[in-house]
Design a protein around this ligand. Structure first.
Ligand code: ATP
Ligand code: AH0
Length: 389
């Protein structure tokens, strides 16, 4: 059976741990630029790293087509890229400036609320066993916003032998606290990942397989559209069940959690479906995402699946998922959460946990040998005086 660990060891989630929280809440702006390469999500959150006191505002600043293409080109050659590569540094600077715009836009909407810290995830350009690489210049962001920045959230976990991903589970667990279990929070972004809270309140997690990224690439290649809007193309197609079985034969799907993926991990699937019509290819890739989620080897079958990320806007995918799993399948909005802001909120939450020295990951969420703190604090020339970190 999958190893799991109660989040109270983190420590969090039990009433006792919550009541014992010795730290004043901080207000953080979390920034997440996901594997879909669509832009930067930003969200404000007030938290002590254990409880969440307040949310919002949140927003997305999209990458323009040129930045998206530059980041995509870097991602495609990241395995052999020097950290000093001129294209990389230039793209990183442009990307950091989009993050700065996102922070400024959130602050403009937040009015008088004081912001204490930024949590910068950065753009993942490579994620492989023993190596994870996010770009985004924390020092430049700190100087531009006059705020301390916590960044580099995944390296400590990877150096200790963990997967370095997913990191959202402790945030999902904090939000799920008190909800009926077993329940899963499922993020369908470029890659899909889930957090399971068991009947006993233990938390385990993993990436499940492709999310929207393969389907996005398929649609872009065949129609020039960035995604299969509302699942309309897949809804007109027929799933090629023989090809789906071939795709699902990948060893990743038999491996129990924890486990993680790179955006390009299943890219060969695009070649396998290449002989299909655009509609049948879209249907087969959508079914691939749903089947991969449903076949994740879990110790308990979730009664409820709460879905966040852009994939929840694809009704064809949501229907296929509901057909594959016995529990209810609903967007996280059913719980009053914001499914577009959740990951950005998460990196605000983790920034505060990092400042408090609390773990960001557990053995059952990333395979790290012990509950693992992480993140690095950067102050790009700003004065710490008067700050309440
Ligand atoms: N109306 C829609 N119909 C179909 N798909 C949609 C719709 N809206 C968004 N999506 C999908 O959601 C994707 C964006 O999802 P999201 O913003 O959650 O990804 P991300 O945060 O970049 O990824 P990750 O969680 O992997 O880091 C788009 O690329 C698209 O595939
Ligand atoms: C290495 C990396 O950036 N992984 C992302 C990606 O996007 C979804 C999935 O793969 C997840 O593992 C992770 O992001 C979320 C925020 C996480 O760490 O929980």
């Amino acid at each position: 059976m999958t190893q799991s660990q109660s989040p109270e060891h983190a420590p969090m989630a039990t009433d006792a741990a919550q009541d014992a929280s010795p730290h004043a809440p901080l207000t953080a702006i979390g920034l997440m630029s996901g594997t879909s390469l669509d832009g930067v999500d930003a969200a404000l959150i007030t938290t002590d790293g254990i409880r969440v006191f307040d949310h919002g505002p949140s927003l997305t600043v999209p990458y323009d087509a040129s930045l998206r293409a530059r980041v995509r080109a870097i991602l495609d050659r990241a395995a052999t890229l020097s950290p000093n590569d001129a294209d990389l540094l230039e793209a990183e600077q442009a990307l950091t400036d989009v993050h700065t715009q996102a922070v400024q836009a959130v602050r403009a909407q937040a009015g008088e609320r004081q912001v204490d810290v930024i949590g910068l995830h950065g753009q993942t350009i490579l994620h492989a066993p023993g190596r994870t690489w996010q770009i985004g210049n924390a020092s430049r962001l700190s100087a531009a916003t006059d705020l301390p920045v916590v960044h580099d959230f995944r390296t400590a976990d990877v150096l200790a032998g963990g997967e370095g991903a997913p990191l959202a589970p402790l945030y999902h667990a904090a939000l799920l606290h008190g909800h009926s279990t077993p329940a899963a929070v499922l993020n369908i972004g470029g890659v899909a990942n889930l957090t399971l809270m068991t009947r006993a309140g233990d938390v385990l997690a993993c990436d499940t397989g492709p999310g929207n990224a393969l389907l996005d690439d398929w649609m872009f290649r065949h129609t020039g559209q960035p995604c299969d809007f509302d699942g309309a193309c897949a809804a007109k197609g027929t799933v090629d069940t023989a090809l789906l079985s071939t795709l699902m034969a990948h060893a990743f799907f038999r491996k129990p959690p924890p486990k993680s993926l790179d955006r390009l991990s299943f890219h060969q699937a695009l070649e396998l479906v290449s002989r299909l019509s655009v509609e049948d290819g879209a249907a087969t890739l959508t079914a691939f995402t749903a089947a991969a989620i449903a076949r994740t080897p879990l110790p308990e079958e979730p009664l409820h699946w709460f879905v966040c990320g852009g994939g929840r806007r694809n009704p064809t995918l949501m229907r296929m998922l509901a057909d594959h799993v016995p529990g209810t399948v609903q967007p996280v909005e059913a719980l009053g959460w914001d499914g577009d802001a959740l990951e950005a909120e998460c990196f605000g939450f983790l920034a505060v946990r990092s400042l408090r020295g609390l773990p960001l990951s557990l053995p059952a969420t990333t395979g790290v040998p012990y509950p693992m703190p992480g993140g690095r604090l950067t102050c790009g020339g700003i004065s710490p005086a008067g700050r309440r970190l």
